[in-house]
Design a protein. Structure first.
Length: 67
């Protein structure tokens, strides 16, 4: 049985990748209606942070088992 942090890391890895890719898409094709902080591109930053943190959690717990 895998620890819960393995699955949390896997979810963060996948969700961070999706958010990062959507931020890249919005950077290339900006929406017509802009928000107040659209120029800071938060989807790119938070997607990258989630992807990196999820990758670290996944990597650290990939070989652990819980009895």
């Amino acid at each position: 049985m895998k620890p819960i942090w393995f699955f949390v890391g896997l979810i963060l890895l996948v969700m961070g990748g999706i958010i990062f890719l959507s931020g890249i898409y919005q950077f290339i094709n900006p929406p017509e209606v802009k928000t107040v902080l659209a120029e800071t591109h938060p989807a790119i930053w938070w997607g990258a942070v989630m992807f990196i943190f999820g990758g670290i959690m996944y990597w650290k717990t990939r070989k652990q088992t819980v009895e």
